[in-house]
Design a protein around this ligand. Structure first.
Ligand code: NAD
Length: 498
């Protein structure tokens, strides 16, 4: 049975007949599990208008009421984690524990937004001039668009929507067409939490729907997460149309290993961060930078661990790594494995022959390790976004820092070492937005903010945390005087002074 996956507009599924639909797969079997409606410009317009009407009321809703909705949403999300994780696994393929993990990180962002009364406090100055008071408030923008990628179908919408809604905005979310059902589940939870219909809407689709959001005059801000070429496109077009925009892009994350690192702990971290979620994480480690003489020993320890990794259907408790999201993406990732040796890299572990515990028609590719990778290779330059890890050998710490800083991306990086001074120097000098010291995937907790540098983020606001509140509000400053008969000074054309 293929399920129809419809838009969610004004608190209910949209029942119109779509001109175009997209196939959604179960990546572990390769079967088509759903047909998702693709929005045209008229559907996006309808969703934005509904959101715009809802935003007018929602912005006037008391902070006490907004907070109670957020707290209820938090409770519902926590209570339904298993159900939502199953939805994610069925369309994305990641193992259930990993799907639950992304919900847990999303929950953190909801919890942050529960503190919105404190976060929205403005400033007040009495007697800025004689009898004149000044106050500043943070006002919502109106309707904001969120465009999210396939790899975190729940977490990325949860990075943005709770803050946007808490600040008094309405949301139109365009999730990835590859795994759209998690967004609908979130929509239903918002409704059950008491959020008025129309404040959170979901439109599905592809470039047509995205372009309609980027062009709609009532969309005031765009939060985008996806690959770098599309992030750049979204940033340029949304900005041209006068919108506030934050567009988070792709990555190529380096993990630098110094000779004094605990190599067993480092190998564990490299395998977890390289192959968790089949490498389909923007913070996955894709390049290991082995400094000085440790490369041979490190590669041996990593391949030993890769050999026992259990790849299989994400629904099975025994599986540690699932399939890739689509056949097309699996084939693209596999082409890098096929071409790596021709580029001159050493194939240290071949994922193409890895044992798979699942239906052979699934979109499988086991974990692969290449050694002696150099910076001129496509293996090194491109974001592969799959279970392929490259080892680059460098002679010293300075070469490692220079290598990372020469990269086009600047999302995440990590250093593994026992040397505090080296770690401190690395943190200070590295041109990357999120840095881990003996932490392979340094995704900031929700009360900090998430964002890369260089080609990993276009715009100047990071996601969630205080920067999220800043992004979804604009400052209004009110200067007021209440003159009495005694202080009223009559007509005065001079420049005001105190
Ligand atoms: P993608 O860029 O293909 O798609 C992202 C969104 O853009 C989707 O909603 C998609 O429908 C839409 N889209 C796709 N093509 C478009 C086009 N031509 N015009 C307009 N919109 C278009 O990304 P993806 O494959 O879904 O996700 C993986 C990518 O996202 C990776 O590059 C990964 O690094 C990146 N990512 C980045 C972060 C981060 O925080 N920096 C987080 C997660 C994922």
């Amino acid at each position: 049975m293929t399920e129809r996956i419809a838009h969610w507009i004004g608190g209910k599924p949209h029942d119109g007949t779509p001109e175009r639909t997209g196939e959604v797969y179960d990546p572990a079997t390769g079967a088509v599990s759903g047909l998702v409606d693709f929005a045209d410009t008229a559907i996006v317009d309808e969703a934005v208008r509904v959101a715009s009407d809802a935003a007018r009321e929602w912005r006037r809703t008391s902070l006490a009421k907004r907070t109670s909705v957020l707290f209820r949403f938090r409770e519902l999300l926590a209570a339904h984690t298993e159900e939502l994780a199953a939805i994610i696994t069925a369309e994305h393929g990641k193992v259930l524990s990993d799907a639950a993990g992304e919900i847990a990180r999303g929950l953190e962002a909801v919890e942050f937004a529960c503190g919105i009364p404190h976060l929205l406090k403005g400033g007040n100055t009495q007697n800025a001039s004689t009898g004149v008071d000044v106050s500043s408030t943070l006002a919502p923008l109106g309707v904001v668009g969120i465009i999210s990628p396939f790899n975190f179908p729940a977490m990325v919408p949860l990075w943005f929507a709770p803050n946007a809604i808490a600040c008094g905005n309405a949301v139109v979310l365009k999730p990835s067409e590859k795994d759209p059902s998690a967004a609908l589940f979130l929509a239903k939870l918002w409704q059950r939490a008491g959020l008025p219909d129309g404040v959170f809407n979901v439109v599905h689709g592809d470039k047509v729907a995205v372009d309609a959001l980027l062009e709609h005059e009532r969309i005031k801000a765009i939060s985008f997460v996806g690959s770098t070429p599309i992030a750049r496109y979204v940033y340029e077009n949304a900005s041209r149309n006068g919108k506030r925009v934050q567009a988070l892009g792709g990555a190529k994350n380096h993990m630098v290993v110094l000779p004094d690192a605990d190599l067993d702990a480092t190998a564990d971290a490299a395998v977890s961060a390289g192959f968790g979620s089949a490498g389909e994480r923007c913070m996955a480690v894709s390049v290991l930078v082995a400094v000085d003489s440790i490369a041979d020993e490190l590669v041996a320890k990593i391949t030993e661990r890769m050999g026992v990794l259990r790849v299989g259907d994400g629904r099975k408790d025994s599986s540690e790594m699932g399939p890739l999201v689509t056949a097309a993406h699996r084939d693209k990732v596999r082409s890098y494995v096929d071409g790596g040796e021709k580029e001159g890299a050493t194939l240290a572990f071949d994922g193409r022959t890895h044992e798979i515990d699942g239906d052979q028609t699934g979109f499988w590719l086991g974990p692969t390790l290449f050694d002696n990778v150099t910076t001129d290779m496509r293996l090194y330059r491109d974001e592969i976004f799959g279970p392929v890890l490259s080892v680059v050998r460098v002679p010293d710490f300075t070469s490692a820092v220079d290598l990372v800083n020469a990269g086009a991306y600047g999302n995440g990086t990590a250093i593994f070492t026992a040397d505090g001074a080296a770690a401190r120097e690395f943190s200070a000098e590295i041109e990357v937005g999120m840095v881990g010291v003996n932490v392979p995937i340094p995704v900031p907790v929700a009360y900090y903010s998430f964002g890369g540098w260089k080609d990993s983020l276009f715009g100047d606001s990071h996601a969630y945390g205080q920067e999220g509140v800043h992004f979804y509000t604009r400052t209004k400053v009110v200067t007021s005087r209440w003159p009495t008969a005694q202080t009223h000074s009559g007509v005065n054309l001079a420049f005001p002074s105190n």
